[in-house]
Design a protein. Structure first.
Length: 84
């Protein structure tokens, strides 16, 4: 675990989003980091596709977010979005 320095404005944004989404500030920051990293790696995927992927990984593996498992899942998955 490390310390990441962010601007006061970003901290305010995190605080507001964490309240609205009922997450801790750290959990909100980690969520934004995960999504941002995945969007940079897979710019052709939508936000909904990426969050669906994170939900599927969580349900199937009961594990924490792992870039390796996301990459493996994306390489074997079709481009269709699974709808509930």
């Amino acid at each position: 675990m490390g310390i990441v320095k962010i601007s006061d404005q970003m901290h305010d944004n995190l605080r507001l989003a964490s309240i609205a989404l009922d997450r801790s500030i750290n959990a909100q920051a980690e969520h934004w980091l995960k999504i941002g990293m995945l969007i940079e790696l897979y710019p052709n995927k939508t936000y909904n596709e990426l969050t669906q992927l994170l939900l599927e990984q969580s349900l199937h593996s009961n594990a924490m977010f792992s870039l390796e498992s996301i990459l493996k899942h994306l390489s074997t998955k079709s481009t269709e979005v699974i709808t509930p």
